[in-house]
Ligand binder design. Structure first.
Ligand SMILES: Nc1ncnc2c1ncn2[C@@H]1O[C@H](COP(=O)(O)OP(=O)(O)O)[C@@H](O)[C@H]1O
Ligand SMILES: [Mg+2]
Length: 440
């Protein structure tokens, strides 16, 4: 059938050899019949007659693509006249992809999407995008790790350990494991003690993991580089790894610094994804950066935080990586007293009984206490506006506010307890059980 039609077209062309639409049609049919070389000959013949014929060029590019001659496709599709032609860009993206130039393919595909944001292509989508939900922001998405992005992630901490209430044990561990090695490398060397490696902080939200990491940077007068793993994750294949590498490179240029990875469990957030190679790649990239394969990590203090350490790949816990895992518990009575004092130090107060308030706020996290104070201040403001006379915060104001804000840590323990009881390999989460007074 098709051959019949092709023969008829050839006959017709004998009668009118200069009929370009007829030739295009013939070429198209030859493409359908997978007669790539014959199709290429037809398109070339058209171009001899009319060198700028767009249709012939695009079909020629497609024929080369189908033939597997990717560089020929690329040469045509990159011509200036096709700069904003979605069809040409699509051929270009596919040629790069099939030629295994993933980064180039992504760049070109992004140009297609800029022209038509709703465009989809099964081949490009399945091979260039990570599966699962990733952030779609362009924050780290540029070829260069742009100045703006770096500006946003590096901070002067502005606080040190004295701004962190309680947590004496955690502070001591951080001191021994990462601060002292930085200050006294020769002493550690003398004892043959290896330095390096990071600390992973875990525990219920709002109990000061981020606060403590920031204070650690302040304690050693280092810069604080605050990275949310969700900001690193990128929908494009290979880009998450690139982002991560650039972050480590940035840290290496900004020593000494505390490199803090928040929400680090997001690396293993969706278990089914991890079985796919794209998730695995990212974990491997992270591990080799931690191991300093691509550069020297001396002077970089690595801290991580997570509410869900059980989702983290065990490979992270090997020596030299996150080889200390520390439970950041909700503050005890004494710590809450200190936290309240810290949080209220610049606010107008009168005869506050900090110990009493601390006693009335069991299970409250530092963030909960912040919220309580906010509530107290708001009602004080209302009063002051009505009466025209500002009054300092009293015990009663704060205790009233306590009643309006429930502690948030209990939910976390409900699920954490199960991991500690049933997925507690080598006693990793014993601290949770101790905190809950559960005997194993
Ligand atoms: N031990 C603490 N000392 C002082 N402030 C604290 C403490 N723990 C928590 N906070 C306060 O609570 C807020 C939330 O803590 P954050 O560090 O963000 O918790 P996490 O990172 O564990 O979720 C902090 O910004 C800080 O103001
Ligand atoms: Mg945090």
């Amino acid at each position: 059938m098709a051959n019949d039609a092709i023969n008829k077209l050839r006959e017709a062309l004998k009668v009118s050899p200069d009929n370009i639409p007829l030739k295009l049609h013939l070429g198209e049919m030859l493409l359908d019949e997978k007669e790539y070389q014959q199709a290429i000959d037809e398109f070339n013949a058209i171009l001899k007659q009319d060198p700028s014929n767009e249709d012939a060029k695009l079909m020629l590019a497609e024929a080369f693509l189908l033939q597997g001659n990717f560089s020929a496709t690329i040469v045509i599709a990159e011509e200036d006249q096709f700069k904003n032609n979605p069809e040409a860009l699509l051929l270009l993206a596919k040629a790069h992809l099939r030629d295994k130039s993933i980064a180039e393919a992504i760049d070109v595909y992004k140009r297609v999407l800029k022209l038509d944001p709703h465009f989809t292509d099964p081949e490009l989508d399945s091979q260039l995008r990570n599966q699962g939900s990733y952030n779609d922001s362009d924050e780290f998405d540029e070829d260069e790790f742009d100045e703006d992005a770096t500006f946003r992630i590096v901070e002067n901490p502005g606080i040190d350990f004295s701004d962190v209430g309680g947590m004496d044990k955690v502070k001591r561990e951080i001191d021994l494991k990462i601060i002292q090695p930085l200050k006294n490398p020769e002493i550690y060397k003398a004892y043959g003690k290896k330095t390096g490696g990071g600390i992973l902080l875990y525990g219920p939200p709002g109990c000061g993991k981020t606060h403590l990491a920031r204070a650690t940077a302040g304690q050693v007068k280092a810069k604080f580089i605050n990275i949310g793993i969700n900001d690193v994750l990128d929908m494009w294949i290979g880009n998450s790894e690139k982002n991560l590498h650039e972050i480590f490179e940035f840290a290496r240029k900004n020593k000494p610094c505390v490199l803090f990875f928040d929400e680090i469990d997001a690396l293993g957030a969706s278990r089914s994804d991890m079985k796919q190679s794209s998730g695995r790649h990212l974990i491997n990239q992270f591990l080799s950066e931690l191991d300093g394969v691509d550069g020297d990590n001396e002077g970089i203090l690595v801290l991580g935080a997570t509410n869900a350490p059980w989702h983290l790949d065990p490979a992270f816990r090997r020596p030299g990586r996150f080889d200390r895992i520390i439970f950041v518990a909700p503050p005890d009575d004494e710590s809450r007293e200190t936290i309240l004092q810290l949080q209220l130090k610049d606010k107008p107060t009168k005869d506050l009984d900090y110990a009493l308030i601390a006693k009335k706020t069991p299970d409250y996290s530092g963030a909960d206490l912040n919220a309580v104070i906010d509530i107290a201040i708001e009602s004080k403001l209302e009063e002051a506006i009505k009466s025209g006379i500002p009054q300092p915060l009293s015990n009663k104001d704060i205790l009233d506010a306590v009643k309006k804000h429930r502690p948030s840590t209990k939910d976390w323990f409900n699920s954490a307890k199960n991991y500690a009881l049933y997925a507690n390999d080598s006693g990793l989460y014993d601290d949770i059980l101790t905190y809950l007074n559960i005997k194993k």
